[in-house]
Design a protein around this ligand. Structure first.
Ligand code: PLP
Length: 307
């Protein structure tokens, strides 16, 4: 997905023109993956941009940095405001916001702590992440030959840049083989998640999703989906999912800030249910997109208006 540059980027407390938000070649994060990031969407809610789950994303950013001993030189309120301002100052009605905390320059070597911690936030336009037809038609995916990493290898719940080399292997293999996305298996042989999405399964009207112990990112859209599903009267179970249950599901769908709620229509060329989006996925999409479009009441307080 190509980036369309916007006007300004928030970098270390100041707005700078898009072309001037540069870092030095010796920045630690470039060499050792020492960056922490978030992906946040802002939606056009009746003419005003509203940021979805801003506080949860800022909290996860701080949580991730804590694991990696990376002190953020700004408060949560300052970064929250910077996310709002980056949408406002670029006159965006909808946006994908990317806060990035990274180890800059200062020292060479694996121990990152002598390197300055820097923070940048940009906002760009983003359509449907898994392709223009993904939300209606569903996507064709495979089970990846690459596994998710064990909790004693990488803390899956911390959204660290370096961890995404694993996601890159999953995604590239899937796309090279003609699929839109790959699903990774965890270190114990159970279903984990997509390269950039959490996964849900529906069978006989019951919804299930892998638990945190399956090396998943603690997805914010995942949590919102659980909340909406329970409100709609569904039972949602967080449970270990053996691979074969993917093929036996009535419905499967991905959730994520970028992917939103995207149906999966086949896995390894085996149709899921009738091979197209199912009714439970559609009901959850309607609840989600109705809320973020401002057509349905924001009863959970998930939207932060930018104006
Ligand atoms: C590996 C991975 N899993 C799941 C998700 C979904 O998380 P969220 O809903 O917080 O965007 C993402 C996206 O950030 C991700 O990169």
């Amino acid at each position: 997905m190509a980036i369309e540059p916007t006007e300004v980027i928030w970098l270390d407390g100041k707005f700078v023109p898009w072309d001037q938000a540069n870092v030095h070649l010796s920045a630690h994060a470039l060499h050792y993956g020492s960056s922490v990031f978030e992906g946040i969407r802002a939606y056009d809610t009746k003419g005003t941009a509203s940021i979805f789950c801003l506080d949860a994303h800022i909290r996860r950013l701080f949580d991730s940095c804590k694991v990696y001993r990376m002190p953020i030189p700004f408060t949560a309120d300052e970064l929250r405001q910077a996310c709002i301002d980056v949408v406002k100052n670029n006159n965006l009605k909808s946006a994908y916001i990317r806060p990035l905390v990274f180890r800059g320059t200062g020292a060479i070597g694996v121990d990152p702590r002598a390197n300055k911690v820097q923070v940048g936030i940009f906002a760009i336009y983003m359509g449907a992440y898994l392709g223009p037809e993904a939300l209606d038609q569903g996507v064709d995916v495979c089970v990846s030959s690459w596994n998710r990493l064990g909790h004693n290898v990488f803390p899956a719940a911390a959204k660290i840049g370096g961890q995404y080399i694993n996601s890159q292997l999953i995604k590239m293999e899937a796309v090279e083989n003609g699929y839109t996305e790959g699903i990774a298996i965890d270190g114990n042989g159970f279903v984990s998640e997509g390269s950039g999405e959490n996964i849900f399964l529906v069978r006989d009207g019951v919804i299930s999703t892998p638990p945190l112990a399956s090396s998943i990112l603690r997805g914010i859209t995942r949590q919102c989906t659980i909340t909406m599903a329970e409100d709609l009267g569904y039972t949602v179970k967080e449970e270990f999912i053996p691979r074969e249950m993917l093929y036996m599901a009535d419905e499967l769908f991905f959730t994520g800030t970028a992917a939103e709620i995207s149906p999966i229509r086949s896995v390894d060329r085996i149709d899921i249910g009738p091979g197209h989006r199912g009714p439970v996925t559609k009901e959850l999409q309607d609840a989600f997109f109705g809320l973020v479009a401002g057509d349905k009441e924001d009863k959970y307080g998930w939207l932060t208006p930018v104006a």
